[in-house]
Design a protein around this ligand. Sequence first.
Ligand SMILES: [Zn+2]
Length: 229
Amino acid sequence: MKIFKATLAGVKHLLFPPYCLCCDAHIPFENAMICMDCELDLSCSMTDSDRELKVIFYDMPQVKGLYIAFQFFDNSRVQKLIHYLKYKHYPEVGELLGRKLGRIIKRQQQPFDFIIPVPIHPKKRKIRGYNQAEHIAKGVMEETGIPLAFGLLKKQRHSFSQTKLNKEERIRNVERSFGLRKKLNFKGKRVLLVDDVLTTGATLRALVQVLIEAKADHIEIGVLGKAEA
Ligand SMILES: [Zn+2]
C-alpha cells in the first residue's frame, strides 16, 4: 500500500510539477504545496470567533470555544486551497491547513482528550475519495499532539424523503442525520470537533446535539473559515 501511495505521489509530481497551488510560483522543494510567500500570508489571517460562538451556539452552553483559523476574502489563498482540498483531490492540503488551525488551538493551552472530525455521508466519501475533515483533523493532531478519534460518529442516510415535511420537521430531520456508532459516554471529556468551513452551523449543531445526548459537557470547535450562508 505504501509503495502504491509513493508511486501515486510520483505520478502526481510528474503530472503537476512543483508550482505553488495558490500563486503558480515555481517551488524549489519537491514536497511543498505552496511557496514561502503564500505560506507567510496564510499564517497571518486568523479571525475572531466570539460572535459566531454566541450566535450559533446560544442555547448550547456545552460548546465552550470556537476557533476559526482564516479570514475569508474572495479569491483568497485559503479559499483556493480549500477548493483544491474539496474538489481537486488534494487531501494533503487538509493536513497543511489543519496544522495552521492546530497552531491557534495550541496557543489556548486547553488540554483536549481527543479530536473528532465531522463525518460526511458514505456516498459523498465515495465520490471524493476521502473525508476532508479527517485530513484537517490529522493536521491539528500533528501540531497539537491531541489524539484523533476516528469513526465515533456517523452520517446516516435519511430514511424518508423531506418533501412532505414542514420547516420544523426538516430541521429535526437534519438533527437526526448524525449518530454514534456505539454507545459512548463523553462525561468529563474535552472534545474538539473539527470541520472545514462553517456556514449556518446547522451541521455542527446537529453533531453537538448527539454529543450532548451522550453526556458531553465540554465541546470546542475548530474550523478553517466562516463562509457567508
Ligand atoms: Zn505562492
